[in-house]
Design a protein around this ligand. Structure first.
Ligand code: BES
Ligand code: MN
Length: 470
């Protein structure tokens, strides 16, 4: 292992350069306007895979999906096969944020500042590509072999809900067969504290459209007579507000799996304080948390459903005139938790929002994008022990088991497809990473420790008796 760690240290500048090359490609998947760059980032990922020593590298696709980069190394007979997952697509950079100076350096140029590496995609999730390849290369470039078999898949449409995932699994069922899954796309709960994520929330998004008339009408003539669609939409959305109580949607919590007493206790023993959360989330003075009474931010973000209005349109302020608007729409994004059923959540929210519309306006509610399931596992057994030992060796601290309020569409369905294969979600982001936001960054020190952890992990998995990972 010392040879691996020496190799990682000696080649650190090259690994930073590899990451810089990746973030320079604007592989935004959310707007459909960067397809060329999404292709380029898949190709560059494939090139870096080949360079690290992976074999049979290729670009895979399924139906009209964005390109996946794939590479493997399968010369360790009798040893477990590790499936490495990451994504090469990123969230957009909004020009308004750039104009307002919210990015303190070029979002597409990896920039070192205060021990962190800034760029869109630096933490989410391009650093995972480099970290996984660094660990692979630390074996292949020193001893010429890996202690386990490796299949590495880097997706290009994670940020838009991985909608081709089931088709992909059908098409490549045999190719992706593996024993254990390793994902680096979640958080360490604080810098320097290695964290293994054992639950993810899912997502159900609804588009709510309100219509009251066939055309906008001068508000001098129609104001007070014609039902205002923008106001009606907001009356409908306001039904989701319930101060510091649970969401008022009937039966919404019936299938929510309660936290065990042990989980509650553990969550409260993890680092975090009101002051720090306020700072990390940028909450303004005087604004209260929206948590339920006696709720804890970790209970709330990891294991409770949440509903967020992620977009609303009626007309723009620029060019607005005195009209009663006949049409307004919003996207309502529901984070779902164990054991909520996505279709049932959709039905419940649709029925609740669609009932008794103000002034009898027409309300149309449809799914927006594909549903993403939640995922949860028991973080115990040989593979998890191998991960804990690997992280302890690199971070010098015991790993903690945490939840995640975000979603990664691939994890649950893949673990199911592989017959309940253990899925190890090792942290790469941290509370200061600003994923999806301006000034996204990666903690360079933790990134190095993650690479060392992955090297240890491969070694530990290779040493499991009879290759049994569970
Ligand atoms: N890396 C995130 C998941 C994540 C979120 C980890 C928060 C840690 C904290 C991932 O890339 C992501 O953003 N996923 C999307 C998926 C969605 C489009 C289905 C999400 O959670 O919004
Ligand atoms: Mn991600």
């Amino acid at each position: 292992m010392q040879a691996n760690l020496d190799w990682l240290n000696k080649n650190h500048a090259t690994l930073v350069k590899d990451l810089a090359d990746l973030v320079a490609v604007r592989s935004v998947s959310t707007d459909g306007e960067h397809q060329k760059e999404v292709e380029q980032s898949a190709e560059l990922t494939r090139e870096q895979m080949r360079h690290a020593g992976l074999q049979k590298t290729e670009i895979l696709r399924c139906n009209g999906s964005n390109p996946y980069a794939y590479g493997e190394w399968l010369d360790a007979p009798g040893k477990p096969t590790v499936f490495l997952y990451a994504h090469h697509d990123v969230q957009p950079v909004h020009q308004a944020d750039v104009d307002a100076g919210r990015w303190h350096s070029d979002p597409w140029k990896l920039t070192a500042r205060d021990g962190r590496l800034f760029a869109r995609g630096s933490a989410d999730d391009k650093a995972a590509i480099t970290a996984q390849l660094g660990a692979i290369a630390s074996f292949l470039q020193t001893r010429g072999s890996l202690p386990v078999n490796v299949k590495m898949l880097v997706e290009g449409e994670e940020e838009v809900g991985s909608s081709n995932l089931m088709g992909f699994f059908q098409q490549y069922r045999d190719k992706i067969k593996s024993d254990v899954i390793v994902v680096c796309d979640t958080e360490n709960i604080e810098v320097g504290l290695p964290s293994i994520t054992y639950s993810l929330r899912g997502i159900v998004t609804l588009k709510v459209e309100v219509e009251s008339a066939t055309k906008p009408v001068h508000s001098g003539m129609a104001g007070g007579v014609l039902a205002d669609a923008a106001l009606a939409l907001n009356v409908i959305l306001a039904k989701l507000y319930w101060d510091n109580g649970p969401l008022p949607i009937p039966h919404y919590y019936d299938s929510v799996r309660p936290l065990t007493a042990k989980e509650k206790k553990t969550f409260r023993s993890l680092p975090g304080s009101e002051e720090k959360w306020r700072e990390d989330l940028g909450i303004l003075p005087g604004v209260r948390f929206a948590t339920e009474k006696r709720g804890h931010p970790y209970d709330q973000t990891w294991r409770k459903p949440a509903v967020t209005i992620i977009a609303q349109e009626a007309s723009s302020i620029k060019g607005a005139s005195n009209q009663v608007l006949p049409r307004a729409q919003a996207l309502v994004s529901c984070r779902i938790v164990p054991n909520q059923d996505p279709q049932q959540v959709f039905d419940q929210v649709r029925d609740y929002l669609g009932a008794d519309p103000p002034w009898g306006v027409k309300v149309k509610i449809e799914p927006h994008g594909s549903f993403v399931k939640w995922w949860m596992t028991d973080p115990n057994g040989p593979a998890f022990e191998a991960a804990r030992a690997a992280m302890k060796a690199s971070f010098g601290r015991d790993a903690v088991a945490i939840g995640c309020g975000g979603s990664i569409g691939f994890v649950g369905p893949l673990a199911d497809l592989l017959g309940g294969a253990p899925a190890l979600l090792l942290g790469i982001e941290d509370p200061q990473s600003n994923a999806h936001a301006p000034d996204e960054s990666l903690h360079e020190g933790d990134w190095r420790k993650l690479m060392a952890s992955l090297s240890h992990l491969f070694e530990n998995l290779g040493n499991l008796p009879a290759g049994k990972v569970k």
